[in-house]
Design a protein around this ligand. Structure first.
Ligand SMILES: [Zn+2]
Length: 269
């Protein structure tokens, strides 16, 4: 009698072993390179450790009109300041919306120029993305951002080298709702966002979609619900630079025009 399983079984077992290994490798790669929480390659804060009930709402992939302005309306109605990780190409498309955010006390960080995944991995293209966004911010807004959130939170060793070299503050965060880009109901988005919020949280919404625009009406409505619910629970809202105690821009810039009323909810932590 020949020993061991038939050759078909051995192949199946080997195939299963390879599949399990591949899944494990993919999970480890995802955790290292894209998880909001991984700090393996370098510091990538997704919250500040504090017991104070303070939260930073952030918005990626805009400006995207009319939704960015609608979010600004919602935030302004409650005197809430937030942080917008803007895409350079979108700032070129909607410079007025970006200027309005600044005028009303919000902070703008960089989310790269093109939001293309193949422009995030290599050192040279990443450097070019940061440089081009710097140029757009300088030309359209008169400032150079120091806060940088890579598209898809994708991190490479080259990103951390670039951040050190250019004194960029990398910023992670927790997704308000993992399916927010597909726009589930405002109530669903808001429920998840509120459930995730802890003292010192940085919460990620999207006022655009992949630098292409898109309907963000559910996000606008969800933000209104989130602000109301977190306010009722005693949270105050701040911007990422204040939460982390870092400068938002390379050159000192006024936070808001002198004529704007101060926003007590955005006081320094
Ligand atoms: Zn993005």
């Amino acid at each position: 009698m020949p020993g061991g399983p038939p050759s078909g079984d051995r192949r199946w077992a080997r195939g299963r072993g390879l599949a399990v290994g591949a899944v494990g490798l993919a999970a480890a790669s995802y955790w290292t390179l894209m998880s909001p929480y991984s700090q393996l390659l370098g510091p990538f804060p997704y919250r500040r450790r504090t017991t104070e009930q303070v939260v930073a709402l952030t918005f990626d992939d805009g400006p995207n009109e009319p939704y960015t302005s609608q979010i600004a309306d919602v935030l302004g109605n409650s005197n809430v300041c937030a942080t917008f990780f803007a895409v350079g190409a979108c700032v070129e498309r909607h410079p007025e919306a970006a200027r309005r955010l600044l005028r009303e006390g919000h902070v703008l960080g960089s989310h790269g120029y093109s939001h293309r995944v193949r422009r995030c991995a290599g050192r040279a293209v990443l450097r070019d993305e940061v440089r081009r966004t710097d140029e757009v911010f300088t030309r359209q807004l008169g400032l150079r951002p120091l806060l940088f959130r890579p598209p898809w939170l994708l991190r490479t060793p080259g990103l951390f080298d670039l951040a050190r070299e250019q004194s960029l503050q990398l910023v992670s965060g927790e997704f308000a709702h993992v399916l927010e880009v597909a726009q589930p109901s405002p109530a669903r988005i808001a429920r998840r966002a509120v459930a995730k919020t802890r003292p010192g949280s940085i919460i990620i919404f999207h006022d655009g979609f992949d630098a292409k625009g898109g309907d963000r009406a559910a996000t606008v409505a969800a933000v209104e619900l989130v602000v109301a619910e977190l306010s009722a629970r005693g949270y105050r809202f701040t911007t990422v630079d204040r939460l982390l105690g870092v400068d938002p821009y390379r050159e000192a810039q006024p936070r808001r025009a002198p004529s704007q009323p101060s926003a007590p909810s955005a006081a320094a932590p």
